[in-house]
Design a protein around this ligand. Structure first.
Ligand code: ZN
Length: 300
């Protein structure tokens, strides 16, 4: 994620300070204190976020200046590591993800915003990445002591036998949200599929925007679609994302076909759209029918 893309990102992430700068009247108050909510505040400078960055840096045995930008976060975390997919490259992504998730959970679900809950959530995500065998020995190279301290057993990756999956319908009264991102040549396609408790699609969203990487596109998709839902007043949500690093841990890719297709379509058309049933695209209708039928997919 380049600094430029982060700035672009900042201009549409709907934290209060940005909404205010667009002359929307709103009493700004962040989720952790009474300050104006800015991206800087949400991700870096609020006391909880600042301490999260410090505590994980300490776990990995380095101290860094207070993190003030995404650029700096990635830089200080990847300085001593070049292995692709190394846990040190994932940590800042996971921290940013969880900070944004925690902020949204306070707003949508009246959850408490605390250092310990955020810290535990991040540890759990790392733990599940290991469980899903997405983090193996080479990804922990040089940091095996940290894995031990976090109670993560690190072993050589083995391949799991194929599994048969069925599309899961959300429990009664909840909406299920699937998101996915696609990326190519500095452009990101964001896809989102909203389903009701019967598993029927109630909205299909595609967005085209600037992006820096496939992972960036995945994160943008999740953030954008959640904000869209909030704006619609949809707040009883089950969110499933296809974020590559969290795959298997959060959702099986086969259950994310609609969102995956939407992200690719928004990218290919370089356009943004929101569709409501009847869905105007034949292919997407087909995907929805397959999913509604509960047809199992085979994951190899
Ligand atoms: Zn605050």
């Amino acid at each position: 994620m380049s600094f430029l893309s982060w700035r672009l990102h900042q201009h549409w992430l709907p934290v209060d300070s940005i909404l205010q700068s667009r002359n929307l009247s709103l009493a700004s108050k962040c989720v952790c204190c009474n300050q104006v909510e800015s991206l800087q505040h949400v991700f870096f400078s609020n006391t909880v976020a600042a301490n999260i960055w410090i505590s994980f840096a300490e776990d990995f045995g380095f101290s860094s200046d207070p993190i003030t930008s995404i650029h700096q976060a990635f830089k200080s975390w990847s300085l001593c590591c070049t292995t692709k997919g190394h846990v040190r490259q994932l940590i800042p992504v996971i921290i940013l993800w969880v900070l944004w998730e925690a902020r949204n959970k306070v707003i949508h679900e009246q959850r408490v915003y605390s250092f310990s809950s955020i810290r535990i959530r991040i540890e759990n995500l790392i733990y599940y990445l290991g469980k899903a065998e997405l983090l193996s020995y080479k990804h922990w190279k040089g940091d095996l002591m940290v894995a031990q301290r976090l109670h993560i057993s690190v072993h050589k990756a083995t391949r799991k036998p194929p599994t048969v999956l069925k599309l899961l319908k959300p429990p009664s009264g909840k909406l299920k949200v699937n998101t996915d991102g696609a990326f190519k040549d500095g452009l990101a396609g964001l896809g989102g599929m909203i389903r009701n408790e019967d598993g029927h699609c109630i909205a299909a969203i595609g967005r085209s925007t600037a992006g820096a990487s496939p992972l960036h596109a995945e994160l943008l998709a999740a953030a954008h679609i959640l904000d869209w839902c909030q704006a619609q007043g949809y707040n009883n949500l089950i969110v499933e994302t296809d974020c590559a690093i969290m795959r298997k841990m959060v959702i099986n890719r086969e259950q994310n076909r609609g969102a995956d297709w939407l992200a690719k379509e928004a990218l290919a058309q370089s356009s943004s759209f929101t569709w409501y049933p009847p869905i105007p695209n034949k292919l997407l209708r087909g995907i929805l029918h397959l999913e509604a039928a509960g047809l199992p997919y085979i994951r190899g």
